[in-house]
Design a protein around this ligand. Structure first.
Ligand SMILES: Cc1cc2nc3c(=O)[nH]c(=O)nc-3n(C[C@H](O)[C@H](O)[C@H](O)COP(=O)(O)O)c2cc1C
Length: 571
């Protein structure tokens, strides 16, 4: 296992996973095959089991990293018109704390080249370059397992001031748009009210190059982080944003051109993930008019090749097909129980600064001061959905991810394992699934609308460190988190929920990252953990609840050997 402070070339984070090697084979991402529902469910569950890390064996991955095949973290399209986007250093100025107060909404700016550019800049744009003798790598506003960034983004827009309507690929490396489709005449008629669509796709190979079979999970986490990053940025601009439920994967492929396989290297196709409508909640564009206008429009460009050679991880193609969302009737928008507004954050730090300064901590100070209780409770409060409050209002469903908190150093809280069930109904069934070693106690000095329960007292640092692939960041922090999902019940509704559970976990992760920054500490997502070792420690005898993502928050120690430079030359 590489030691954490060994700097990997080209910005590769070790992320706790074992070393890797590769042979040249094909990766399979054929989509849209209709499995029987039972078969799709069986494949999805089998994938989940098979890609668990265990004390006895890690999920299947390459034996060593084949650096010659390291995929480029950036995709571009040759033969497209390039639209250079203006940079807006220091914006948005809206204080981060005001994003959560519906009463402090600014009048939304009009959708034009500058405002859409800012949306992309502070959600999916570069936020820094890091260098170390012999290595230089970019970092973005959105995090990504291994810093591999399998998520690609497209802007789908009507005619805007400064931008002709069409489908654009966003290339964060240069903060430019590459025009992929010049739509037919009926295009503008499809947009009932001002707004744009941001589409997300995944290139599995980028993640699988390093993580092998488990990579599909990380791609979905990254989609969740990207969704939340777009939601936070749109909120800072005063816009609403919600995922377009009911627009199935076929539609997403047609709108993004990712079904035009002839324009993509076989092994580096993009899998459609999700569309985000940024505009009035109930006035999404007319889907069939959009598709019609695109179909009679003109596509341009050929996708760049990222690696000379590839390795096939067949199970990724299988779970990709099994978790496709073919039908998805529109689901009624979930309306959260009303809760008091989020307590304010003393510092009026601008949201743009918080978005750009977000980093994953590489190391924590094990002797750090405890986290003040109000700061801890604020971080927990931000994980509870509220009507019209980012980031959870981008999702259309009731909470299915429930944090288990390992508290190490929080003022006024005993060290121990706590549960924050984000919905009342789930708390009961979750607690029933725990072994007798756990009980539920109310926690003194916690407002009643924060459903925090103490499950077990004690110092869990060693246990959590071992659990998270023996990573020190999981125990040298102030607290750590395991995100328990309503696994069986969700999958019963459809195997595509497998993706959505990871998206929701990614949204929680993004909230934790930004709240940690706002509280003056730092977070790190943790994808490498031993799944069933936690489940058996909790006493789970079924798969009703499965942990999908871990997280840790602490006081960072920065690495003096690393140099940081601005994301864009003129920024
Ligand atoms: C899904 C996911 C899983 C991650 N897992 C780990 C991990 O196990 N260990 C770790 O040190 N960092 C982990 N990270 C942090 C990434 O290494 C980090 O996001 C990446 O290097 C980019 O750096 P940044 O977050 O500072 O932009 C993870 C991040 C994500 C989004």
């Amino acid at each position: 296992m590489p030691s954490r402070d060994r700097i990997l070339p080209a910005g590769q984070a070790s992320d706790g996973e074992p070393p890797i090697a590769g042979k040249t084979l094909k990766i399979e991402t054929k989509v849209m095959d209709n499995h029987s529902a039972e078969e799709a469910l069986r494949i999805t569950k089998a994938y989940h089991e098979r890609t668990k890390h265990r004390f006895s064996a890690y999920a299947a991955g390459p034996e060593f990293l084949d650096w010659d095949d390291q995929p480029s973290p950036f995709r571009s399209f040759a033969g497209t018109e390039i639209i250079r986007l203006p940079l807006s250093p220091g914006l948005p100025e809206k204080p981060y704390s005001e994003l959560f107060d519906p009463k402090k909404k600014n009048p939304p700016p009009s959708f034009d080249l500058a405002s859409v550019s800012l949306l992309l800049e502070v959600s999916l744009g570069l936020s820094a370059w890091k260098s170390y003798p012999g290595a230089r790598w970019s970092l973005r506003c959105n995090p990504s397992s291994g810093n591999l960034h399998p998520t690609e983004a497209y802007l789908i827009a009507p005619d805007l001031s400064g931008l002709q309507g069409g489908v654009y690929h966003y290339l964060s490396l240069d903060h430019v748009l590459e025009r992929r489709n010049i739509p037919g005449l009926s295009w503008n008629g499809a947009w009932q009210t001002p707004g744009v669509i941001v589409a997300l796709t995944s290139i599995y190979w980028r993640e699988a190059w390093k993580y092998g079979e488990r990579a599909f999970r990380y791609c979905q986490h990254d989609v969740g982080h990207a969704l939340a990053a777009v939601r936070f940025a749109s909120a800072a601009l005063g816009w609403e944003a919600t995922i377009l439920d009911g627009w199935n994967d076929n539609t997403i492929s047609r709108l993004t051109g990712t079904d035009r396989h002839q324009e993509f290297p076989d092994e580096e196709r993009e899998a459609p993930e999700v569309l985000v409508w940024i505009g009035g909640r109930s006035t999404a564009p007319d889907r069939s008019l959009l598709v019609e206008a695109i179909d009679c429009g003109r596509w341009e460009g050929e996708a760049s090749q990222m690696s000379p050679d590839h390795r096939r991880w067949t199970v990724i193609g299988e779970v990709d097909r099994a978790t496709r969302d073919h039908s998805t009737p529109g689901r009624p928008l979930f309306s959260p129980t009303s809760r008091p507004p989020l307590p304010d954050i003393p510092s009026g730090v601008p949201s743009g600064q918080i978005f750009r300064q977000r980093r994953s901590a590489q190391r924590f100070d094990p002797n750090a001061e405890p986290l003040p209780k109000p700061a801890f409770l604020r971080i927990l409060e931000a994980l509870l959905p509220r009507e019209g409050v980012p980031p959870f209002d981008i999702l259309t469903w009731a909470p299915r991810i429930h944090p288990l908190l390992f508290v190490y150093k929080v003022e006024g809280l005993e060290p121990g394992c706590y549960l924050l069930a984000r919905s009342q109904e789930v708390e009961e069934s979750l607690v029933r699934s725990l072994s007798a070693d756990f009980s539920t106690e109310e926690v003194q000095g916690v407002p009643p609308h924060i459903p925090l329960k103490l499950l077990r007292r004690g110092d869990t640092r060693n246990f959590v460190r071992n659990l998270c692939c023996r990573q020190a960041i999981a125990s040298q922090s102030l607290f750590a988190v395991a995100m328990l999902s309503c696994f069986e019940d969700s999958l019963k509704e459809g195997p595509w929920w497998y993706r959505r559970l990871f998206w929701e976990a990614g949204v929680l992760g993004q909230s934790l990252y930004l709240e940690a920054e706002a509280a003056g500490v730092r977070g790190t997502g943790i994808g490498c953990f031993f799944d069933d070792e936690l489940h058996s420690w909790l006493g789970f005898s079924t798969r009703d609840f499965q942990s999908l993502y871990h997280f840790t928050v602490g006081r960072p120690i920065s690495d003096p050997r690393l140099e940081t430079s601005p994301p864009y030359p003129s920024a």
